[in-house]
Ligand binder design. Structure first.
Ligand code: UP5
Ligand code: MG
Length: 204
C-alpha cells in the first residue's frame, strides 16, 4: 500500500498501562483504525490451521516478543485489508487513513524493520506509570479477561521484557523527538483528557 496515504501513531507503554483503553476512545473521537499487535497475535493463535499457534501461545505466556516476521506480517495484512475496505467515517472518506498501532514496536529489530519497510510513524504515544499500578490493574483484569498472561508469574516476566527490551525502543524514538509521554496513573477520563490535548495539537 501507499505509505503516503496513511498516518501511523505507535501507542506504547508497559503491560496494563491503558493502551487498549485509550485507543478505544481515540477511535470513537478521531476516526482511527486501531490495530493491537497483541490482539492480532491472539487472533492468529486461535485461527484454525495457523502455523504459528503454538509458538505464539508459548511466547505470550512467557512474556517474550514473538519473532518480528510474524507480527509485522499480521500488521501489514491488517493494514492492507483496512485500506481495501476502510472504516466509514469522515477521515477515511477523505482518502487519508489513520492507524493506531498499539503495543508495537516493542523490540529494536521490529522498529527498524517496520520503519524501513512498512511506514514511519508520525509520533509515539507513551503511557507511563508504576509497576505497582500495572500489577494491580492486570491482576484485577485477570479475574475476567481469560488472558493466559494475566497471572502473577507471567506479569512479572512481561515487566522484565518491557524494561529490558521495549524501553530501549521508547528511548530510541525519544532521541528523535517523537515521544509524547503521558502519565497513565490517574483515572481513565483524566488520562484521556491529556491524550486529547496532545492529539489536537498534532493532528490539527
Ligand atoms: N485500566 C486502564 N487504564 C486505567 C486507568 N487509567 N485507571 C484504572 N484502570 C485502568 O488496561 C488494562 C486494565 O487496566 C484494564 O482492565 C483497564 O480497564 C484498566 P488496557 O487498556 O487493557 O492496558 P494495555 O496497556 O492495553 O494492557 P495489555 O495487557 O494489553 O498490554 P500488554 O502490552 O502486556 O499486552 P499486548 O496484548 O500488547 O501483548 C501481549 C503479549 O503479546 C506480549 O507480552 C508479547 O508476548 C506478545 N507481543 C509480541 O510478541 N509482539 C508484539 O509486537 C506485541 C505483543
Ligand atoms: Mg492491550
Amino acid at each position: 500500500f501507499d505509505p503516503k496515504k496513511v498516518k501511523v501513531i505507535f501507542v506504547l507503554g508497559g503491560p496494563g498501562a491503558g493502551k487498549g483503553t485509550q485507543c478505544e476512545r481515540l477511535v470513537a473521537d478521531y476516526g482511527f483504525k486501531h490495530l493491537s499487535a497483541g490482539d492480532l497475535l491472539r487472533e492468529e493463535r486461535n485461527r484454525p490451521g495457523s502455523t504459528y499457534g503454538e509458538l505464539i501461545t508459548e511466547y505470550i505466556k512467557e512474556g517474550k516478543i514473538v519473532p518480528q516476521e510474524v507480527t509485522i506480517k499480521l500488521l501489514e495484512n491488517a493494514m492492507s485489508s483496512t485500506l481495501a475496505s476502510p472504516p466509514s467515517n469522515e477521515v477515511w472518506s477523505n482518502g487519508q487513513g489513520r492507524f493506531l498501532i498499539d503495543g508495537f514496536p516493542r523490540k529494536m529489530d521490529q522498529a527498524f524493520k517496520f520503519d524501513a519497510s512498512v511506514v514511519k510513524s508520525s509520533f509515539v504515544l507513551f503511557f507511563a506509570t508504576t509497576e505497582a499500578i500495572l500489577l494491580e490493574r492486570l491482576l484485577e483484569r485477570g479475574k475476567t479477561s481469560g488472558r493466559d498472561d494475566d497471572n502473577k508469574e507471567s506479569i512479572v516476566k512481561r515487566f522484565r521484557t518491557f524494561e529490558e527490551t521495549s524501553m530501549p525502543v521508547v528511548d530510541y524514538y525519544r532521541k528523535s523527538g517523537k515521544v509524547v509521554e503521558i502519565d497513565s496513573s490517574p483515572a481513565i477520563d483524566v488520562v484521556y483528557e491529556k491524550v486529547k490535548v496532545e492529539m489536537d495539537q498534532r493532528l490539527g
